[in-house]
Design a protein around this ligand. Structure first.
Ligand SMILES: [Zn+2]
Length: 136
């Protein structure tokens, strides 16, 4: 077992390996597979294979610089999507106790206690006041 591990480590030496884009592609291919289980469209099959081949290619690639750039481009797109998702999820989860409002000056998302009525809120980021209305 130790010998196999050592061989794997020496094989992976200088190769790129796994990153966030890898997991993103994995999830994307799984989603396409699930969709394709219903629609059964051969182009989607090809797409899944193409993604899997690309994933393997990227993992064993020796051009680490280029793979890193690809990952950065992916993260640039993915981070805002992810934060939007997590805010939406938190909004639902804390619906009974908290309200989420955007600061009208700096657009920061603020998590406020749920108090109905009109309030003046001081933004902790830009330190300016703005009005908030919580109806329910
Ligand atoms: Zn602000």
């Amino acid at each position: 077992m130790g010998k196999l591990r050592a061989r794997l480590i020496s094989f992976m030496y200088g190769r790129y390996g796994v990153d966030q884009l890898y997991y993103g592609m994995l999830v994307l291919s799984l989603v396409i597979m699930v969709i394709n289980a219903f629609v059964r469209f051969f182009v989607l099959d090809l797409l899944v294979w193409a993604i899997l081949v690309l994933m393997i290619f990227r993992t064993f690639s020796r051009n680490i610089y280029k793979r890193r750039l690809e990952n950065q481009r992916f993260l640039k797109f993915w981070r805002p999507v992810k934060s939007k998702f997590s805010i939406t999820f938190a909004r639902i989860k804390e619906f009974r106790t908290k309200r989420y409002r955007k600061c009208s000056h700096c657009k920061a998302m603020l998590r406020l206690p749920r108090k109905t009525g009109k309030h003046v809120v001081n933004c902790p980021r830009c330190h300016r006041d703005f009005d908030v209305r919580v109806l329910w």
